[in-house]
Ligand binder design. Sequence first.
Ligand SMILES: *Cc1c(COP(=O)(O)O)cnc(C)c1O
Length: 465
Amino acid sequence: MNKITNHLPTKELQALDAAHHMHPFTAGAELAAKGARVITKAKGVFLTDSEGNEILDGMSGLWCVSIGYGREELANVAAQQMTQLPYYNTFFQTTHVPAIALSARLAELAPGDLNHVFFAGSGSEANDTNIRLVRHYWSAKGKPSKKVIISRKNAYHGSTMGGASLGGMKPMHEQGGLPIPDITHIDQPHWYEEGGNKTPEEFGLERARQLEAKIKELGEDKVAAFIAEPIQGAGGIVIPPTTYWPEIQRICDKYEILLIADEVICGFGRTGNWFGCQSLNIRPHIMTVAKGLSSGYVPIAASIVCDEVAKVIDEAGDFNHGYTFSGHPVACAVSLENLRIIEEEKILENVRDVTAPYLAKKWATLADHPLVGEARSFGMLATIALTPDKKTRAQFASDTGDVGLRCRERCFQNNLVMRHVGDRMIIAPPLVITTDEIDTLVARAIKSLDETYAGLQADGMLTAA
Ligand SMILES: *Cc1c(COP(=O)(O)O)cnc(C)c1O
């Protein structure tokens, strides 16, 4: 064992965890019986667990640790800020330097006239803010009937009542009486699973035009906004057909509705530009940012708002909304340092010119594996679909997710964090991953796929639904 022996034995940690810690998106009783994996430290792209295993983190934590683990500059900035001013609020006509500096920096980085920043503590909160913002905006403009927000099935926009309602995750809606009123969902541009015999281009147009149909069905005077992730993340890294976003943009331009781009995953370099909107040519009125804003070192999020919306809100009197931790000084200071590192170390340029093309080339070779129906990537987002029949893109006869879960378990055993969404595997590694580390990642993925395939064969599970 190495240095990480300065804690209770794993079994005791697991027992305490099971007794007292309720985990997000987890079947508690099942985990308690099995014991959670205990992560004790991390450096660069590697995690270390309580047994001393070194695990390549193909998911950047939860899509957030863009600059990698263990950057002392961020720790130092946090310590300095805590010493100088650990907390003050931005209510009641006060402000502080970190919030001023970060909002100005975000206005500089954000495209177009997205010049105004409302801070939150999480992506979910920022999306709740967006619901309040767009409805209040239309109300202030004398159009209070424009309340409905259109989103997409299988979208992810967070886990608060508002965020989960905007999201299109059925298992989430089934618990707690969601969605809240005046939120509705159209189909997603998921060609591989839902495109049938159409070309991706035809299918992309068709799915985008559902937005126009929905606006007409509800009436333009009822619709406040459309919200979407430039590339769906938690839904399984759904890279839309090239025809999709230009058509969505056309429709948003034509009708009087606001476009909200949820950049919580795509923002801050994951697609090789500062924002996914720039990679996909989208012109939103509001962007949601979180995760990569601080590289996950501290919780922070924001809504970045265009001139027109901010002006109407500002002139309408008090906006009766805010969080105790809106613009937390330590979180703002750490985020500024994170953005400085991304810029000065040319991390975006490196993703765009070196590592993303390298990952794309390596990742594409996975399509040759007998278990893989498609292998795609966009920037530092990559996905493979597992299938019993490559030609027909068939689903497995087993329950959706059973095969994906088996594959994830194999990955874990092989010291790779790769996530499963149904029977689709996804990665979003730290943006600082090197080409050598990409080789390691892909080698571990292939080994895990081989083992998954052998296991499915042995258990007679290679049958199509
Ligand atoms: C993670 C995520 C959120 C929610 O962010 P939290 O910080 O978990 O509340 C919202 N939108 C997208 C696209 C996300 O990936």
